[in-house]
Design a protein around this ligand. Sequence first.
Ligand SMILES: [Zn+2]
Length: 281
Amino acid sequence: MRIFDPHIHMTSRTTDDYEAMYTAGVRAVVEPAFWLGQPRTSPDTFADYFDSLLGWEPYRASQFGIRHHCTIALNPKEAGDPRCRPVLDLVPRYLAKDGVVAVGEVGYDSMTPDEDEVFAVQLEMARDVGLPVLVHTPHRDKAAGTRRSLDVVRESGLPPERVLIDHLNEPTVAMVKESGCWMGFSVYPDTKMDEDRMVRILKEYGTERMLVNSAADWGRSDPLKTRRVGEAMLAAGFTEVDVDTVLWDNPVAFYGQSGRLDLAETEPAAFYAGNTIKRGG
Ligand SMILES: [Zn+2]
């Protein structure tokens, strides 16, 4: 099984995770820029974070045989903090960089006017530079948040095939399918979507424009959930081609629209160079 995890926050994960992911078949990932839990108080810390998504983390992933790409944006959780607003001036500079395959995560957390503005501005940036967009949908009031996200995307004039609406569930999948946008599902150990529900959705709606991710981060999450979904699909009678469509071809097709995916095979390093890098302090 070859796996492309289209949404995972590797910055928060260990080298054991990278090893287990490689063994499970993960060969490529996209790490969206998001909230780090602790609120940031200055745009400079965003610049350092974005740089690590483009420098250190792809290097670390490559040591374990995994291609790492990222998306860049001011996320909705911090969109309302005036101290973070100048990040919008940094974003275009990062969108020009090679490892950046989309604008994201953008969208809504609490659906405030600040979030509206930050979302719309970044959709405009995506249109200007011709990059796809990863849209986060809120965990509370998801149906309303998803509907409003689709309206904002429509108003932006972005072609729906360049937009991925993520963290979907049973009540929100139909409206996104209808819109022509790509559909993302985050499969978690104990909340939101699980692998059996995911398989039922794939049975009902098909595999076209469907992406499955682990969204693993600093919270309770499991970077092998993509593999578990592939196994559950096979057990439910899907073919290996279907599994490959969902876990590889679809993310490649979506993020490939950036023209910046690098999927050349990379072997895990025989000798983990990270251990030889002198740590500070
Ligand atoms: Zn995320």
